[in-house]
Design a protein around this ligand. Structure first.
Ligand SMILES: Nc1ncnc2c1ncn2[C@@H]1O[C@H](COP(=O)(O)OP(=O)(O)OP(=O)(O)O)[C@@H](O)[C@H]1O
Ligand SMILES: [Mg+2]
Length: 456
């Protein structure tokens, strides 16, 4: 797993600093999420009587397309040690209609929490599991009959360690050096083919709150199967068995449910797509229905998951939408009331565009540089070229449609098309993009109204 920064230990200022590495500007939004996150940690330190009443202050992020709403969520998710999901509100359908009902997001969030808890638990017992696997493989390589035979005749060796021990130790060294990785051995391992129940359960039946494993658990007892495989593969199989044997799955699920309830975060993207109250026919009916279904979950209800009941009262919701056609006031009033904190994301300026190109840790330019470097090409941009690109983005956004920083993606793709195509076959390995190159490649497109609309 990638090293995660432990969000729980970060102050709001540090959270903002962390976000600053990836998202340019949008200080108000960053501050709002940082405070909301920190408040949950503060809440957990309160005596239970007070903590119970401190509800999360859900956030509504409003800002036009391509200004960083989803990007903020994406970054939070990466640095978060809390269960986190990002989900498009437009994916849901009203309960009773065919499709995904809103409660499924709580089930998914719990599933993520269980995965996280399981990983942490596995980490804790990893060393012990490795040791056990090593012994098991050695037992297979040196069957017990052998050691019994020698064990019976230890006397004749005096104080010398019996040869089995020596053989075993020698084998152990070879095993650890990977020298017998290719030897074939026969192992007994858990039969995982009936994880099918998990699969079916997770995908379909669980949506109805039916837990197939509970219903049919005894019909599919855990079986073991024999496999003849290489030592290297056996390590993987046995390791999984050992890890699962050593952890307490019940404890894990209990922790996970607790974690979901007290620190889960749900990012509801595209919330504007379910706005619209005009009564009538067609999808709108369902949209308002989705909003109504969301209410209890945001307000606090219990949802039945395969890991038990999950209370949603303290889950933090961050909703985001462009609200181009609809307005936040088009959401049903009850739902508006559930998002007391509203932050507006600013539209991006020329200067922001310049920074977005170069500054973020994985900025577009850095991505292209990395891609081309795999073929030995060193790609550089002059400052004037960056400015020219940013200016172009601003001007095209103004004259056609404002798609925010996404414009930079299309511009850069066109700009570097030729270099990307020729790639490693370029004779000149040092490629510097200057202002002239930008103008040459893009001016004709940018100045032609038809081309501009379709290509950039
Ligand atoms: N403030 C920003 N800082 C850095 N990169 C940004 C910023 N805003 C947008 N981007 C870039 O533009 C792309 C689109 O941004 P994002 O997905 O956050 O848009 P959005 O605000 O969610 O828009 P939409 O309403 O269309 O979903 C991102 O992948 C990111 O690379
Ligand atoms: Mg988005």
């Amino acid at each position: 797993m990638a090293p995660t920064i432990v969000l729980d230990e970060l102050t709001p200022r540090q959270i903002v600093d962390e976000l600053d590495k990836y998202v340019i500007g949008q200080h108000q939004a960053k501050r709002a999420v940082a405070v909301a996150l920190r408040n949950r940690i503060r809440r957990q330190k309160l005596p239970p009587e007070i903590a119970q009443d401190v509800l999360p202050k859900n956030i509504l992020m409003i800002g036009s397309t391509g200004v960083g709403k989803t990007e903020i969520a994406r970054r939070l998710a990466r640095m978060s040690s809390s269960p986190f999901i990002k989900i498009e509100a437009s994916k849901f359908t009203e309960v009773g209609y065919v499709g995904r009902d809103v409660e499924s997001m709580i089930r998914e969030l719990t599933e993520i929490a269980v995965d996280m808890s399981r990983q942490t638990a596995f980490e804790e017992v990893k060393e012990r599991a490795e040791k056990n696997v090593e012994e098991k493989i050695l037992d297979i390589l040196l069957p017990a009959t052998n050691s019994f035979y020698y064990a019976g005749s230890t006397d004749s060796f005096g104080s010398e360690p019996p040869p089995t021990n020596r053989t075993r130790e020698k084998l152990r060294e070879q095993l650890n050096r990977g020298e017998i990785d290719d030897r074939i051995i026969e192992i007994e391992t858990q039969d995982r083919s009936n994880t099918m129940i998990d699969f079916v359960g997770g995908q379909g039946m669980e949506e109805m709150g039916v837990n197939l494993r509970d219903m049919f658990g005894n019909l599919f007892p855990n079986k073991t199967v024999k496999r003849r495989i290489k030592v290297s593969q056996a390590k993987t199989f046995l390791m999984r068995d050992e890890l699962e044997n050593l952890v307490d799955m019940e404890q894990i699920t209990r922790n996970a449910v607790e974690k979901t309830q007290s620190s889960g975060i749900i990012f509801l993207d595209e919330i504007d797509k379910v706005a619209g109250r005009e009564s009538g026919m067609g999808p709108d009916v369902s949209r308002e229905g989705v909003q109504r279904d969301l209410l209890p979950i945001i307000e606090g209800t219990t949802v039945n998951t395969r890991y038990g009941m999950v209370n949603t009262e303290h889950i933090l919701f961050i909703a985001a939408g462009a609200f181009h056609v609809s307005k936040p006031s088009d959401l049903i009033p009850e739902l508006q009331g559930r998002f007391p904190i509203r932050v507006e994301l600013e539209s991006l300026s020329l200067d922001d565009f310049k920074q977005i190109l170069i500054q973020p840790k994985n900025s577009l330019i850095k991505q292209y540089q990395a891609l081309l470097s795999t073929e030995g090409i060193r790609l550089e941009f002059s400052e004037e070229a960056i400015t020219a690109l940013a200016e172009m983005a601003v001007s095209i956004n103004r004259t056609t449609e404002d798609i925010g920083a996404r414009r930079l993606h299309t511009l850069l793709e066109k700009l570097l098309e030729e270099i990307s195509f020729i790639g490693g076959e370029l004779l000149e390995k040092n490629q510097t993009i200057d202002e002239k190159y930008v103008k040459e490649k893009l001016d004709c497109l940018a100045n032609d109204e038809d081309l501009r609309q379709y290509i950039l």
